[in-house]
Design a protein around this ligand. Structure first.
Ligand code: CA
Ligand code: CA
Length: 168
């Protein structure tokens, strides 16, 4: 049961992962995210950057499944996400960031290079992942904490952990 503001907020994050909107998170959602990003940035799946993104997405999926797929059916339901993720994230929020890091690094390489990307390109990537256009730009701008016009891994990884773990 969703019984607190915190859990409600975590549940809302479910939609971020459920890219195809079928009600559960599985490997297909991560593949869909990779394809959307490769398409947006015109990168071939077989390229080094494409392969790195696929590898990061697979590691992200495996980490997510390890945290939340309690019955081991390779699907994370909303209930599994809320109950599994909330408990684990409270215990160890840094772990979630580490699970996401290879994917986030590869996505920044895709949008820019060297683990960094311009704010405008980060906004393009967020839009490709389904973040509404009027939200993607301010989110990308906020990620550029030092205001140099670029977003780096050091900005994204902790921001990602905050997004999933800190109550409003
Ligand atoms: Ca799904
Ligand atoms: Ca499951």
């Amino acid at each position: 049961m969703v019984s607190s503001e915190y859990e409600h907020r975590i549940a809302a994050r479910f939609a971020t992962f459920d890219q195809d909107g079928n009600g559960w998170i599985d490997r297909e959602d991560f593949s869909a995210a990779v394809k959307a990003l490769l398409g947006e940035f015109g990168t071939a799946a077989r390229s080094e950057r494409g392969q790195n993104l696929y590898a990061g997405a697979e590691a992200f999926w495996q980490g997510m499944a390890g945290i939340a797929d309690r019955d081991g059916d390779q699907r994370i339901t909303r209930e599994e996400f809320v109950t599994g993720a909330v408990k684990r994230l409270r215990d160890n929020p840094e772990r979630f960031a580490e699970i996401a890091r290879p994917f986030l690094h590869a996505a920044l390489d895709l949008a820019g290079g060297g683990g960094r990307a311009a704010v405008s390109d980060v906004a393009r990537g967020l839009t490709a992942l389904g973040v509404p256009g009027d939200t993607a730009r301010p989110v990308a701008t906020a990620l550029d904490a030092d205001g140099d016009g670029e977003v780096g891994e050091a900005d994204v990884v902790p921001a990602f952990a905050r997004y999933f773990t800190v109550p409003e």
